[in-house]
Structures are given as C-alpha cells and as structure tokens.
Write a protein of this length. Structure first.
Length: 392
C-alpha cells in the first residue's frame, strides 16, 4: 500500500483517537510547583487589609499617619488591594483564595499547638502530629511530600527549599531526606543549593553585611534573592520558599513593621510570578500555592501572639485557657494551570489538606503517594478531562 500525505495524516489521527479513548492515559504536560509560606500572616489582613484599631494603637504603631496614607481606605476591597496588590489584582482574578471567614470560607490548622513547627509539619506531611510540640531543632520523624517527591526519578535532585528560619533543615529532615535547605546560617547550606557566579557573590556579600534583627531568622529579601537565583540557574521542578519576617515583627509587637513586611512579601510574590511566566521552562506549567503556618490572635491584645490551648496550658497561662483565640485560623491562595480561576472558594478546609493538594497540582495521585494524609482540596483544583488519568 502506498502511503501518501493523506494516508499518513489519517493514521496519526487514528492513533491519537485511540490514545484518548476512555481507559487510556493521555499524554500530560509536566507541571511544576512553587510552595510559599508567609509566617504568621493573619487572614484578617489578607482579606480585609490593615486594621485601623491596630494602626491607631500606640502599643503597636509608631507611624499611624504614614500607615493610613499608604494602606487605609474605608472600603475593605480597596484597602486589601493596597496592602496585597498582587493577591488582589492577579490571584483573585486568575486563581483561587480560601479563608475569608466573613464570606463563608474557613480554613484552620488541625494540630493542637497553633505555632510554627507543628504548622509546617502539617503543611508538608498532610496530617497533624501532636508529638511535634515545640519549635526546637528536633529532626522531624515524619516524611514530607517534598521527600517523597525527591525519591521519585522524575523529581530526584530537583526539589529545593529556601527559608528565612534556621529550623527548616530539621523540619525537612535533611539528614534523611537529602533535600538541600538554604537558611543562610553559616552559608554552607546555601552554597550547596545555589549556583556560583556574580549574582551569588553579590548576595553573599550583602548577606554578610545585612543586620540580623533576630538570632534565628534572616531577612526575607535574602531568602527571596537566593531562591530566585536557584530558579534561574537550576530550574527545579519543586521549590518551597518560606518567608519569616512577618511573624517576628508581630512578636515584637510592631504592627507597622508587620504590615510593611507583608506588603514587601506581596511584591516578592509578584516578581516571582512574573518571572515564572517569563521563563519558557515554567510559563503556563507552574502552580503557585501560598499559605501560612498559623494565624494570630483576633483581638488587639492577642494579635502579636499565637498558641493553642495545649500550649497555653503547658505554659500555665490561665488568662488564655482556650488558647490565643483566632490563631488557629489560616488562609490559602493559589494560581496555575491546575488551579481553578474562581476567586474566593467557600467551604471549610484544613491545613492538613495542603500536601495532597500540592501533589495533585503535579498531576500525581496523593492517595497512592501519601495514603495517611488528608484529602486534597478538590474545589481548588481544575478537574482533568474524564478520559485523562492522573500520572501515578
């Protein structure tokens, strides 16, 4: 039989049709994941903008006039966009958000402690572990979804972590997982993660000269700079970036600095997303998931703090027998090819659902990879066509 152009086209179309029949896996484009956490940022600011009562409270704000000029407006929708222009101009229009309790969208932690290490463990492992009960440098016995990915051939040595907090090597358990974690402490971990070159040299010099405001936390612009350089030079499939300034400024009872840090982080997120969409490896193939490890107190007295009833009982804080009210309340925002572009999603959600959701954005089956983890946030995800199977 002679094969002319028409015959060849017919054969190709037939093969494609067979591939797309029910029960056959369709070829899926590789997707990537950028997970970002903003330590201790309240849902109240994410969805409502600055709190005028806290701005005008002399205990927490030294420059109320400048804060009001920069961020305040009578309209909730305006002031939140002033504080988080990227979240409310890009993600709200093209992605999804969860956690606005004033509009029927609730999200909270499952762990009883309501502080950082338990929260990050829950985010990364898909379940709360009550035994993770401190922020001490203890090796995490639980396996994170990052470690599971790093043990798969298609992700091997293509998973990176950049953090402003020095406890993250223990949370990720680098001793077991072998995932590079850059916290900037001692610079050795960063040098093993980021490529050498003029840009890295400049970052190292600035990092050495920058003030250290807290003994265990570096400034977020450094974490951001190293992460951006690694994205550019190494093109990892999965990267986790954990910013930390917001929580520390809040603990310092400095609402103005907390707000400015939150706004700077939004600018970093905007730069990150713009760069991802400009790079041929990441453009239209990368999902960005943003969340927090815990909330903060809902009242003027409680907002600098966060702790569950289990924590306050251990510390014998009788005036907070129920914990710091509101500090279990969190939020999430996401954008990308596997994320619905529906804006706010109503319902009730748990922090423990983030790990499975992250795996699902990579077109993997979280039930197979992490059977003990909580279920994915399906309403957040674009459903694949019925004839397409998730890659396992």
């Amino acid at each position: 039989m002679k094969f002319d152009d028409q015959n060849i086209r017919s054969v190709i179309l037939l093969l494609l049709a067979l591939l797309w029949l029910p029960g056959h896996a369709a070829p899926a484009q590789e997707t990537n994941l950028v997970l970002v956490t903003l330590d201790g940022v309240r849902w109240q600011e994410i969805f409502g903008g600055v709190d005028l009562n806290l701005i005008e409270d002399e205990r927490y704000s030294r420059g109320p006039d400048s804060l009001k000029k920069a961020y305040w407006d009578e309209l909730r929708s305006v002031r939140r966009k002033r504080l988080f222009p990227f979240l409310w101009s890009v993600i709200a229009a093209e992605g999804a958000l969860v956690g606005d309790r004033e509009r029927g969208s609730d999200m909270e932690v499952s762990n009883p402690w309501w502080f950082s290490y338990p929260g990050y463990n829950e985010i990364l492992t898909g379940r709360a572990d009550p035994a993770i009960d401190s922020n001490d440098k203890n090796w995490n016995p639980n396996v994170t979804f990052l470690e599971i990915l790093n043990n798969r051939e298609e992700f091997k040595n293509r998973v990176l972590v950049f953090s402003s907090w020095e406890v993250f090597p223990y949370i990720i358990n680098t001793r077991r997982s072998r995932i590079p974690v850059d916290t900037g402490i001692g610079r050795s971990s960063s040098q093993s993660v980021a490529a050498t070159g003029e840009r890295i040299g400049w970052l190292d010099k600035v990092a050495a000269q920058a003030p250290r405001l807290w003994p265990a936390v570096r400034l977020d612009f450094l974490t951001h700079g190293y992460a951006m350089q690694a994205l550019n030079s190494q093109h990892p499939r999965v990267i986790f970036i954990a910013y930390g300034e917001t929580d520390d400024f809040a603990h310092d009872e400095s609402y103005d600095r907390y707000i400015d840090a939150a706004h700077r982080t939004d600018q970093m997120l905007s730069e990150l997303w713009s760069w991802l969409q400009s790079d041929s490896f990441y453009r239209d193939r990368t999902n960005l998931v943003i969340t927090t490890d815990h909330g903060r107190g809902a009242s003027a007295d409680g907002w600098p703090h966060h702790a569950g009833a289990a924590a306050t009982a251990r510390l014998k804080i009788k005036q907070a027998a129920d914990g710091v009210v509101g500090s279990n309340q969190i939020w999430l925002a996401a954008i990308g090819p596997q994320i619905c572009s529906t804006g706010l999603i109503k319902g009730e959600w748990k922090q423990s659902q983030i790990a499975a959701t992250a795996l699902a954005t990579l077109q993997l089956d979280p039930d197979k990879l992490m059977p003990e983890a909580d279920k994915a946030m399906q309403l957040l995800l674009r459903a694949p066509p019925a004839e397409v199977e998730l890659v396992d």
